[in-house]
Design a protein. Structure first.
Length: 282
């Protein structure tokens, strides 16, 4: 870690909940992620940003078990995740949302959350089919329903519990997807472009919502986001990818001032134009 990182007393990189060690992922001749090493401090809200095609969602897919890296390992709370299936990664304490909302649109809001809670279910799923033969399974089902209703209330969605999820407004669908992730009782939450499709007011409300999630649910949060106001407003530390490689890391202030980051987003011509505009106003 750089000297700048070590000076940031709010973040303890020696207590990393998630560690990505020299991860490379290749698809044939294409290197989607190249030798990425990242430590996410426990209890932090951090960001992974970069232009389109930089490899951000690919990193999420590696961490959550959808892809197995060509090289390197992913460790969570001191245990190796590499090679685990997504449901095993979820059971270990990591949950995620997706860039494009993925709800069970024909199911109710409550049923969507209960589906997330089933990852912690102790009994076999088939016992719920004949609950009179398995009273323990019937009680667990009632407990899951009760806990899911309580979670919906905490996120302001309880009035929609019996509504079909497809009927919700867009912003509420985003919150529902997060509620379903929280129902798995994670330690670590990965948010893939949570502000996508939101207007400025909704994006501002999202900042407060993410802070609330971290504090109320004792979470560590890693997010991908293109809305720089959201990123700079909520993240305590940021990593920047370009074409699969890490090109910068640091506090929001450091990232905003990085020529490499500006070039990655604007290109060299845009960087020159921006420098000329600043000189003209000096």
């Amino acid at each position: 870690m750089s000297a700048l990182v070590m000076q940031n007393k709010a973040l303890n990189f020696d207590d990393a909940l998630l560690e990505i060690k020299n991860v490379t992922l290749r698809f044939g001749g294409l290197t989607a992620v190249s030798e990425l090493s990242v430590k996410v401090p426990r209890g932090a809200i951090v960001g992974l940003i970069g232009p389109n095609g930089a490899g951000k969602t690919t990193v999420f897919n590696v961490v959550t078990g959808f892809y197995k890296p060509t090289e390197g390992v992913v460790e969570f709370d001191g245990k190796k995740l590499t090679g685990l299936k997504p449901h095993k990664v979820c059971a270990a304490g990591l949950a995620r949302t997706f860039q494009n909302i993925r709800l069970f649109y024909n199911e109710t809001v409550l049923e969507n959350v209960m589906i997330g809670a089933y990852v912690r279910q102790k009994g076999a799923w088939w016992q719920n089919i004949i609950p009179f033969s398995f009273p323990g399974a019937a009680k667990e089902e009632r407990d899951i329903r009760s806990a899911s209703l309580e979670l919906l209330a905490r996120l302001g969605l309880d009035s929609h519990a019996d509504a079909v999820s497809s009927s919700l407004p867009y912003g509420a669908q985003r919150r529902l997807e997060i509620a379903r992730a929280l129902a798995t009782k994670p330690k670590f939450l990965l948010l893939d472009e949570p502000a996508a499709g939101m207007n400025p007011q909704e994006s501002q409300e999202l900042l407060e919502f993410i802070h609330r999630l971290r504090d109320e649910f004792d979470l560590t949060i890693l997010l991908i986001e293109h809305d720089m106001k959201v990123v700079m407003g909520v993240c305590e530390y940021i990593w920047v990818l370009d074409r699969g490689a890490l090109i910068a890391e640091g506090s929001p202030e450091v990232i905003k001032a990085s020529p490499k980051v500006i070039e990655a987003y604007l290109g060299k011509e845009g960087l020159v134009a921006e420098a000329g505009e600043e000189a003209a106003h000096a």
